[in-house]
Ligand binder design. Structure first.
Ligand code: MG
Length: 508
């Protein structure tokens, strides 16, 4: 019997490795498409990707996996196997069971139809946004919403039809739990924004000017090196939308986009993706190539990027060390600028309409807006034709602003056209997890700010690797959070972090 289980786990691991190899191959084609691919290559590239995706889907849902999981007595609740299977193997079985059960429940025809309709909807969305015409997009979005509802029903749920959608990106997280966490933070955030609104705006002019791209890249790479990156395992390139992807256990690609006339976009984009990249490079070697070598959830992944981007790289300690270095890259721009003015400028808070340009205080309100609307779309409490009006009203209520155009409102994000309902909350969860993790890190590593102020980021990286990165998907996000911080997700840490930081900057 034990022999049989041993063989089953070995076979499952072998399939897992092939899945990993396929995923990395797909990632390489996609990375190339976003960075260096000549434009006329798009047609065959799409076919290459579609073929590999089909092969991957077949492999991930093959009958053999089901038989192996049966042989291992895998279930949802308890980790499969007995004490004889080591912890890592039990985690492999559990994650396989989760992924496999999800995939298997979605009928193949629905997968195909979703992929077809979202591909159409994305194209229409681009055009609708360009023309600022929601009515163009509405019929396509209606189709996508109804297919996504079908998907949720096929996967199944106990409490909320949004649960199975959320679960795709944030395993084991529940809609009601997100609602509670968001509600607990919303009033405090709005109050903080009101307090800041009553103060003199921060002067941001120092961040605008002329920033040659090679200098931006040079400084960005300098900081990446200090964060722990080297040429042997990573690269930094340019793409229209910044992203991080793994092409192998020892091959992480980061991209950013630069603006010649504005400092923040390129640099904070690099540090953000660097946070994602360290997570990807930090998995324990023992899980390399396995199904466990991935983020615990998108929220946990985003916590790593947000912590580096905002909590660390927008701190006074960080610029105490790096501002003099930045001046050597851009002497004309910054030589006469006092550090305090620069520090305040990179931390300017201003309610705005566009999510991707939002500061760290207002950002989560943009997410709460989307989360609330997409929940209502999925339950059927809101229909697509009423979406723009609902968006504008909620935007006014949460952010204090209502967009003049749908292009600056309901049409601004690509996610819904892709059928990505359930994705948005992970951005806000990332901010919450980041603050909670950082608070735990400060308890563990006394005076960590002194390290940062000397450009020594080593202890931070080592702590993150030990507590978070190396585990990959061994634990769920909530389990990880509890193990690292001693409690489940609690938005209080994020609110406290912001209160403390911005009371000082805005003299509240
Ligand atoms: Mg990110």
């Amino acid at each position: 019997m034990e022999q049989k289980k041993h063989r089953a786990i070995e076979r499952l691991s072998a399939i897992g490795y092939e899945i990993t190899l396929l995923k990395h191959s797909i990632a390489l084609l996609e990375w190339d498409q976003e960075t260096y691919m000549p434009s006329q290559a798009i047609e065959e590239r799409s076919e290459q990707l579609s073929l590999l995706q089909t092969i991957l889907h077949k492999k991930s849902t093959c009958e053999e996996i089901g038989e192996l999981l049966d042989a291992l007595d895998a279930t949802d609740e308890t980790p499969a196997g007995e004490e004889t299977l080591v912890e890592r193997e039990r985690a492999v079985v559990k994650v396989f069971f989760r992924d496999y059960s999800r995939e298997k429940r979605i009928p193949t025809e629905l997968v195909t139809e979703l992929s077809r309709q979202t591909s159409i909807a994305q194209n229409v969305w681009v055009e609708a946004r360009k023309q600022n015409d929601f009515t163009l997009f509405a019929p396509k979005l209606s189709t996508v919403v109804s297919l996504v509802k079908e998907k949720a029903a096929a996967i199944g749920y106990i409490e909320h039809p949004y649960d199975p959608l959320l679960d795709e990106y944030e395993p084991e997280m529940k809609t009601e739990r997100v609602k509670t966490v968001f509600q607990e933070a919303a009033d405090d955030l709005k109050e903080l924004i009101d307090d800041i609104r009553g103060k003199t705006p921060v002067d941001e002019t120092v961040l605008k000017g002329s920033f040659p791209l090679d200098k931006q890249k040079g400084f960005g790479n300098r900081v990446l090196t200090d964060m722990g990156f080297d040429d042997c395992r990573s690269r930094l390139d340019i793409s229209a939308h910044p992203f991080t992807t793994s092409l192998g256990s020892n091959d992480v690609r980061l991209t950013t986009r630069y603006r010649n006339d504005y400092f923040n976009t390129g640099f904070f984009g690099i540090v953000h993706e660097g946070g994602h990249g360290l997570y990807e490079l930090g998995y324990d070697e023992k899980i390399h190539g396995t199904i466990l070598a991935d983020g615990a959830s998108l929220g946990i992944h985003e916590s790593q990027s947000r912590m580096w981007e905002n909590i660390i790289a927008r701190s006074r300690a960080f610029w105490t060390y790096y501002f003099p270095i930045l001046k050597t890259y851009f002497p004309d721009q910054f030589d006469k600028v006092p550090i305090e003015r620069f520090y305040r400028a990179v931390n300017s808070v201003k309610p705005s309409l566009i999510r991707v340009e939002a500061d760290e205080v207002t950002y989560n309100l943009h997410i709460m807006l989307r989360f609330s609307l997409e929940c209502d779309l999925i339950t059927g409490d809101l229909c697509v034709s009423d979406l723009p009006e609902a968006w504008n009203a909620l935007s006014r209520e949460l952010i204090g602003l209502s967009p003049e155009t749908n292009a600056d409102g309901v049409l601004q994000d690509i996610h819904w056209s892709m059928g990505g309902m359930g994705y948005f909350p992970t951005y806000a969860l990332g901010n919450f997890y980041a603050a909670q993790f950082f608070a735990a890190m400060r308890r563990d590593l006394k005076d960590i700010e002194d390290d940062v102020a000397m450009g020594n980021l080593h202890r931070i990286r080592a702590w993150l690797r030990d507590k978070i990165h190396r585990h990959g998907r061994m634990m769920s996000a909530e389990q990880l959070c509890e193990q690292v911080t001693g409690e489940v997700l609690n938005s209080r840490y994020f609110v406290q972090y912001l209160r403390g930081k911005y009371s000082d900057i805005y003299e509240l």
